[in-house]
Design a protein around this ligand. Sequence first.
Ligand SMILES: Cc1cc2nc3c(=O)[nH]c(=O)nc-3n(C[C@H](O)[C@H](O)[C@H](O)COP(=O)(O)OP(=O)(O)OC[C@H]3O[C@@H](n4cnc5c(N)ncnc54)[C@H](O)[C@@H]3O)c2cc1C
Length: 381
Amino acid sequence: MALDPETFDALIDTVRRFVAERLRPLEAEVEAADAIPDAVIAAMKDMGLFGLSIADEFGGLGLNMIEECRVAIEMGRTTPAFRSTFGTNVGIGSQGLVMAGTPEQKAEWLPRIASGEIVTSFALTEPDVGSDSGSVKTRAVRDGDVYRLSGTKRYITNADKAQLFTVMARTGEEKGARGVSAFLVPKDLPGVTIGEPEKKMGQKGAKVADVHFDDVPVPAANRLGAEGEGFKIAMRVLDRGRLHISAVCVGVAERLIADSVAYAGGRHQFGQPIAAHQLIQGMIADMKTEALVARAMVLETAAAKDRGEDVVLESAAAKYFASEMVGRVADKAVQIYGGAGYIADYGIERLYRDVRLFRIYEGTSQIQQVIIARETMKRGG
Ligand SMILES: Cc1cc2nc3c(=O)[nH]c(=O)nc-3n(C[C@H](O)[C@H](O)[C@H](O)COP(=O)(O)OP(=O)(O)OC[C@H]3O[C@@H](n4cnc5c(N)ncnc54)[C@H](O)[C@@H]3O)c2cc1C
């Protein structure tokens, strides 16, 4: 599915103006308050941002992957916490349902997810289970028409606001990934409790918290896919999510490059703008080159995904390269700003902290390397 080019161009233009005129002026305020203003969330709902990836029959905008990535690049040009506000509804929180939900499950939940009426979260990580995500310990034991769900999920994005969780839990006796199933778990079921939001390094305004399940009676009708398919669903969701995150990395890098060029043009040392010094130009050239490479990887992989190709390797490679790239770009931006790069007022140190997360969540860089190597060897090169 794709929008007609005129409608899509209008959407991109609206998002670009929203970022430049509404969101960027609020960056320092969001950092200080560690919260996104309600008026911004309402505006995001009006623009349809919560339903970017959800089909129009459920009230979403029905973007294809390349369109979604282009919106994510635009959203990357401001503090990433703004995107996180609707990011789980567009990505990891909703896509298990989109990919594996029954018509009844979709009809019940997707319209409210697309409109932003409810927030969804994706709950895979646990206190003892991170990169080795197939070894989840949270259990769901069949008991008549329900599964009794018990366990703790950790660092769950938007858990503080979510009304619906996609939870991966062990249903079978089989060890490892094959014993894992996925469930839609409404927050209002008895036995669901949310921990206090964690204090984090960056991305202030986006919250993560523990989610505890204590003998929660989850209707069997809320299982996504068959028993034992949960890990496969989670991996498909993450393949897609990785591309979206890569696109955000490209957007943040482009923002940092534009800021660095502007600063270097206005700051004078040794009688000329620092932009005239070739060592500064070298940093700008490296930043731009890397950002262009990442942009090309993201858009090419998104196009391949839209053609229905297997992009497990390419999505992992895009996430690996783009998240590492934006870290290097942020580091050089701090260097170009000199002392100002270390001072909060200029906002560069904030983005430097914000982008650190991209190398960690939705699979660390090491896990991307593991996937890339495995898939490359599978393909024989
Ligand atoms: C802000 C934030 C938001 C998050 N949001 C969510 C969310 O919404 N839902 C969710 O389910 N999870 C979420 N997570 C969890 C995140 O996905 C995990 O933190 C991440 O997958 C890494 O797991 P871990 O922290 O347990 O690290 P570990 O798995 O303990 O890894 C520690 C180190 O060991 C390395 N390592 C592990 N295995 C290997 C290996 N085989 N080879 C080489 N190196 C290896 C890792 O790369 C890392 O460097 C979030 C985390 C954060 C910080």
